[in-house]
Design a protein around this ligand. Structure first.
Ligand code: SF4
Length: 707
């Protein structure tokens, strides 16, 4: 009754009617002690999940299964509702990938191994933008590769989870040795302002690996933010007894609601999925609350950055007030009368706790603060410990959290215990260090400190609204794919001809904003779909095909059209291109490479398709890619066309047949010769070879259908 009244679903995703009925019985039994909490959350998208069916499906006994931290993360992700995983194997995170593959193949979902970590996070972003709960797992070197795309996810408020199983580094370091070596990179490693608009959690046991992965998804979905689990390599490999809890709370993203797709002033807006009821553009460029691109608007820039800052403050507040069902706060041990504090996180929390117990038995009044949330944090969290005489921060690195926490404590009180030899911190060595740190300094030298300066939240200026979101959103609602933004490029640029021809062809084909999704990268060519009134993911440079692969898996009912340039697709994205085509049957899409044979946007530098005769004296000539030989003859794509904007009839035919192929589940690639009137002709000895493109043009389709 209660269940019906509050309108909740009690479920294990994928469960049948029988299991749902069983869940309801369990729910009715357990609801009484939870009722107050449940009532509080009934409007907020939360669901109580009975894990019994999951436990049985996983073949777990009721208590004390021995599993690793990696396995616990995978189970946690699955129970939290993750149904998309992309990852590249790397020690010590590889078991997460294997586990997710097993779980997905058995119970439903997608676990995919693309060519590298850049592709992994790109696919995760694409999946999440379609509305799926998505995760990737890696280790330090792989995490470095993900940083660029993480910036895109932060700017577009994409919910996703990354597990970084940390090891000794930099570079290959000691891949099998544990460390907490990536903390600074995880928190601050991105480019640009607000690169730290993420949440970072740090489990200290196998049980917490499970619960914090669930918390990570809940936070990611609730706040539309990337959440990173900083997992000690030691813990990822450690096997411990583990009992899957009977019930957990899971948050489901609120989708397709009215209103603007992005928040302002720190508010978390509802989520509009790619492929949903309303066309929506996610772009790496500065945007306003309606999603409109605002690359030159200083007011929009200030508003967006301020919004991300404020949102982080609200996350901070919520994380600090989490209930027992979201175990992501810091924990304390014997701090009520402590004169000294030892701070730890991750796997070394155990040594910290044990060392404090031993110090107490020796009459030293120490307490432990065990951090579960490493970021965002601020001074209020440490306010209760301002009076203590000395704070030791213990960690398995050179003192990365020590540097961060030093803004909250006066330097004369803070002492770093850092260990970075690939071995875990042992209780005995930490105990001995603490004895020296706590007893070697007279207490009277510690002065009272005014923490007001540290206590300030980031000073976020009030800002004006940058647009009337509702109006802007309304104007975006339309069935037709039309050009709704004036084409911003140079006179005579071939991309405009392509754009017009494509729109005409799509209209004839009956493709609308409801059934078509555009993906592009960076560069002049990739701007073409950004002028359309349609679903768009405009990714980081070279990463269009990563998002496109995920979208084609999750939105098979849509036609996926990728539009980008030769530099984006064949240079920086060349590896992704080969691997996408290698699995062409799995990822049907029409990919248009607007080949202007140079980097137009950045001033005409040679690209991988620049003819060798066209190099000037500042570069040594390189052999250009023959994309037909590479992709059609070499990788076996089933449809390849080479055409140009000089021959509109042929261009139209190539576009129409490529889209038709994509709609039939065939991957199609079209190389469109499109002159860069501004730069190519200025910087290269040879003008854009109209004649060459004409003679070389053609359409090649398997099954003896070449023309
Ligand atoms: S720089 Fe070249 S490719 Fe870019 S818009 Fe101008 S003409 Fe077109």
């Amino acid at each position: 009754m209660f269940c019906q009244r509050v309108g909740w679903r009690l479920y294990f995703a994928g469960g049948n009617v029988e299991s749902r009925q069983r869940n309801k019985v369990v729910f009715d039994k357990c609801v009484t002690p939870w009722k107050g909490y449940a009532m509080q959350r009934q409007q907020e998208g939360w669901h109580l999940v009975d894990t019994e069916s999951a436990r049985q499906a996983f073949g777990m006994s009721t208590v004390n299964m021995f599993i690793s931290g990696n396995a616990a993360c995978a189970y946690g992700a699955f129970v939290a509702g993750a149904r998309f995983f992309a990852g590249y194997p790397i020690t010590p995170s590889s078991e997460i990938f294997s586990m997710m593959k097993k779980l997905m193949s058995r119970f439903g979902g997608v676990a995919y191994a693309p060519e590298d970590e850049i592709a992994s996070i790109g696919m995760v972003i694409g999946a999440s933008l379609c509305g799926a709960k998505a995760m990737t797992a890696t280790s330090g070197p792989g995490f470095s590769l993900m940083q660029e795309e993480l910036g895109f996810a932060i700017l577009n408020e994409v919910p996703l989870v990354i597990i970084d199983a940390m090891r000794v580094g930099p570079s290959t370091g000691q891949p099998t040795k544990p460390a907490s070596a990536d903390i600074a990179a995880i928190i601050h490693g991105r480019h640009g302002d607000c690169g730290d608009a993420v949440v970072v959690l740090s489990p200290s046991s196998v049980t917490e690996c499970f619960s914090m992965t669930i918390s990570a998804f809940n936070l990611a979905e609730q706040f539309r933010v990337p959440v990173i689990i900083a997992l000690d390599g030691y813990l990822s490999q450690l096997e411990e007894p583990f009992t899957i809890p009977r019930h957990i709370w899971v948050y489901e993203r609120i989708k397709d609601a009215a209103g603007p797709p992005f928040g302002v002033d720190g508010a978390v807006s509802n989520f509009l999925p790619i492929g949903g009821a309303r066309p929506i553009a996610y772009t790496g460029a500065t945007h306003d609350a309606s999603g409109a691109r605002k690359s030159f608007d200083s007011l929009a820039c200030r508003s967006l950055i301020s919004h991300l800052l404020k949102k982080q403050m609200s996350i901070l507040h919520d994380v600090q007030n989490m209930s027992v069902y979201m175990p992501v706060r810091h924990e304390t041990h014997r701090v009520h009368d402590a004169e000294y504090i030892v701070v730890g996180y991750g796997a070394c929390s155990r040594a910290v706790k044990d060392a404090v117990t031993k110090l107490r038995s020796d009459g030293i009044t120490a307490g432990a603060v065990l951090l579960k949330t490493l970021w965002p944090i601020r001074d209020a969290m440490f306010a209760p410990y301002r009076h203590v005489s000395r704070v030791v921060i213990a960690e398995n690195n050179t003192g990365q959290m020590f540097s961060l926490l030093s803004r909250f404590f006066p330097s004369e009180r803070l002492v770093s215990f850092s260990k970075y030899d690939g071995e875990p911190i042992r209780t005995s060595e930490l105990y001995e260090f603490c004895v020296r740190a706590f007893c070697a300094y007279p207490r009277h030298i510690v002065q009272a400190v005014d923490y007001a300066a540290h206590n300030e939240a980031r000073n976020v200026p009030e800002q004006e609204k940058v647009c009337a979101p509702a109006e802007a959103c309304e104007s975006a609602v339309s069935d037709d794919i039309t050009e709704h933004t004036a084409y911003p490029f140079c006179a005579g640029c071939g991309h405009k001809t392509f754009s017009d021809t494509l729109l005409g062809a799509l209209k004839n084909y009956g493709l609308s904003a409801e059934n078509t999704i555009f993906i592009s990268g960076i560069g002049c060519g990739s701007i073409v779909p950004a002028t359309f009134n349609a679903h768009l993911i405009k990714t980081s440079h070279g990463r269009a095909l990563n998002a496109a692969r995920a979208v084609s898996l999750i939105r098979p009912d849509h036609t996926i059209i990728v539009i980008s340039g030769d530099g984006d697709l064949a240079n920086i994205g060349g590896n992704h291109l080969l691997h996408t085509i290698r699995e062409k049957k799995r990822f049907p899409m029409a990919c248009f490479c607007l080949d202007n044979a140079n980097y137009g946007m950045t001033g005409g530098q040679p690209s991988s398709t620049t003819p060798d005769s066209a190099y000037d004296d500042t570069d040594s000539a390189q052999t250009p890619f023959d994309l037909k030989r590479l992709l059609y003859d070499g990788c076996g794509i089933d449809f390849f066309a080479r055409t140009s904007v000089y021959d509109r009839a042929h261009l139209k035919e190539a576009i129409t047949r490529a889209v038709s192929a994509a709609r039939k589940g065939i991957s199609a690639f079209v190389q469109v010769g499109s002159p860069c009137t501004t730069y190519f002709m200025k910087h290269h000895k040879e003008s854009f070879s109209r004649a060459e493109l004409h003679t070389a043009q053609g359409i090649w389709e398997r099954d003896n259908n070449e023309s």
